[in-house]
Every structure is written in C-alpha cells, then in structure tokens.
Write a new protein. Structure first.
Length: 168
C-alpha cells in the first residue's frame, strides 16, 4: 500500500479529511455571514425628511494628540435642511468607532437647532476625548459616528452619519 493514501480504520476516508471539511464549512459560514450582514444594512427611512449632517474637526495644535491623556476635541456641525418643511435637531450622539489619534466615548449633546426650509446652520460642539499618545498614533485618522435625533412635521426621526477625519 505504498502508492495509495493511508486510510483511517473506521471510515475508510483519507486522514485529515474531517479537518479539511471543517475548514471549508467554517469558510462557507464566514462568507454567508458577511453576505447576510451586507444585505441587511438598512437605508435611511424613505419617509424621513432629507437632512444632511456633516461633522468637521476644528484645527488643533501641533502636539495636541502626542501625549496620552484626556483632550478636548472641537467640531463644527453643519446641518442642512433640503426639504420644504421646518426641522428641529434636538440632540446628537457622537462616538469614535475605531482606533485613531483619540477616542470618544458615546456622548450625548442636547441641542435645539431649528432649521427652516432650505436652511443651513453651523454649530460648535466640544467633547472630551482620550488621546492614545505617541508620535505615530497622533497622526492616525479617526472615524466618528454620529446619531442625530430630529423632529419634523411628521414626527421624530433619527439620522445616522459617519465622518472620516484625517489628522494633519
């Protein structure tokens, strides 16, 4: 039996067959979970008013994120109401979603920003974050996720947005 593969005594299958099949099954499950996750991502509510939100970090000092510890991070929130109905931004939650120059724990900020039809407004938001410290970490980009709670003529709705902020 020198040219033939060594067979397992009970099943008659080549050795390692179960391990190879298990790897294939795990790979298939991983692909299925990925496809299901992408397919289930929901778009914005089609009945919700079209409101655009943009968060931009205010310029910081050269060494602001170089040293580890608490830091103040300031943002300018630009809110645009592109509908013909008035909308009120009542509060916003901001958090970082990945590692970067700093991290921000989920933080709620109450607002009463009234946006008229076709109106754009800017407001300053200041939050506490935690800098990781280090020369390389201080230049890493930060991904920020925002959840805006708004009210309009048809009731309350939520707008999600994500910003990728490069550090200079």
């Amino acid at each position: 039996m020198s040219a033939a593969r060594e067979l397992q005594p009970m099943t008659g299958c080549p050795r390692g067959w179960e391990l190879t099949m298990a790897k294939r099954i795990y790979a298939l499950l991983a692909v299925l979970l990925l496809v299901a996750g992408c397919a289930s991502s929901a778009d914005d509510d089609p009945n919700a008013p079209k409101v655009a939100l943009h968060l931009e970090q205010v310029d910081t000092g050269v060494n602001t994120f170089t040293f580890a510890g608490p830091v103040t991070v300031q943002f300018v929130l630009t809110s645009s109401n592109t509908t013909s109905d008035p909308v009120t931004l009542t509060r916003i939650e901001i958090r970082t979603v990945s590692s970067g120059a700093y991290s921000i724990a989920p933080t709620m900020t109450n607002l009463n920003l009234q946006l008229g039809p076709g109106q754009t407004q800017q407001s300053m938001i200041s939050l506490w974050g935690y800098a990781r410290g280090g020369r390389l970490y201080s230049e890493e980009p930060v991904t920020v996720r925002g959840t805006a709670y708004l009210t309009g003529p048809k009731g309350a709705f939520v707008k999600l947005f994500t910003e990728y902020i490069a550090q200079r």
